[in-house]
Design a protein around this ligand. Structure first.
Ligand code: ADE
Length: 230
């Protein structure tokens, strides 16, 4: 998978692929992130990429021309599954959306800043808009990093058995069960006995019961459509 990120703050992505699971994805050639500085597509010698909003009001708006030039350049080089604008009013990112996007070959993530982008970018250049939550960030960069992380970890070969995405919370509309490691007792705080019993079928049953109980307690909304409510 290739992810092209368009941003006016490219430094916010430095180091993103240098650690942990994303590094492994990069090392194995399973995912690449290419960051493009919007200023390289500026419309004049002043490196301008934003301007005041027509009709007045506070805040600058990212202009359509630099964004169009950058997207057109990328599209001339390969075809993209989606051009995603990161925006607080986009569709809310979920495990389902990440699963879907993980089937893509090439993605463009466009990061807004200031007051956002000229609306014509959203009307004509973007295929999808994604939010990472109902709060406003200073720009789309952190949201793009979240989306890239959640998608890349799902690519086949990125995670090994121990980190398998199949046992993640949300993957089956249930929260993951609690996990413990050695020591089995610490300051009189004991690990549930079943986990050290060696009885695999009982352990699986306990884990599933825990998943349902935890989901009921913490995220009952997830159970609504799963048929596990009662
Ligand atoms: N840009 C600013 N806030 C955002 C959010 N919550 N999600 C996605 N992009 C954003």
């Amino acid at each position: 998978m290739r992810i092209d990120i368009i941003t006016c703050v490219p430094a916010m992505f430095s180091g993103l692929m240098d650690q942990s699971i994303l590094k492994r994805a990069d090392d194995k050639g399973l995912a690449q992130i290419h960051v493009h500085n919007l200023r390289d597509y500026a419309i004049n010698k002043q490196n301008q990429i934003d301007d005041y909003a027509f009709g007045g009001g506070a805040g600058m708006v990212l202009m359509i021309e630099p964004i169009d030039k950058c997207i057109t350049q990328l599209r001339s080089e390969r075809s993209y599954d989606e051009v995603i604008y990161m925006s607080p009013d986009g569709e809310l990112l979920s495990q389902g959306i990440s699963n879907e996007l993980s089937l893509s070959k090439n993605l463009i993530l466009l990061c807004g800043h200031y007051k956002g982008v000229d609306e014509r970018v959203r009307e004509h250049l973007v295929t999808r808009e994604v939010s990472i939550g109902d709060y406003v960030l200073t720009g789309g960069e952190l949201a793009a990093a979240v989306l890239a992380d959640s998608v890349i970890r799902l690519l086949p070969g990125v995670m090994n058995d121990e980190t398998s995405a199949l046992t993640d919370s949300f993957q089956d509309d249930l929260i993951a069960p609690p996990v413990y490691t050695r020591p089995a007792e610490y300051k009189e705080w004991k690990v549930p006995e079943v986990l050290t019993s060696g009885h695999q079928a009982k352990i699986e049953e306990w884990r599933f019961d825990q998943q349902v109980a935890r989901t009921k307690a913490k995220r009952p909304d997830l159970l609504r459509d799963s048929g596990l409510k009662d």
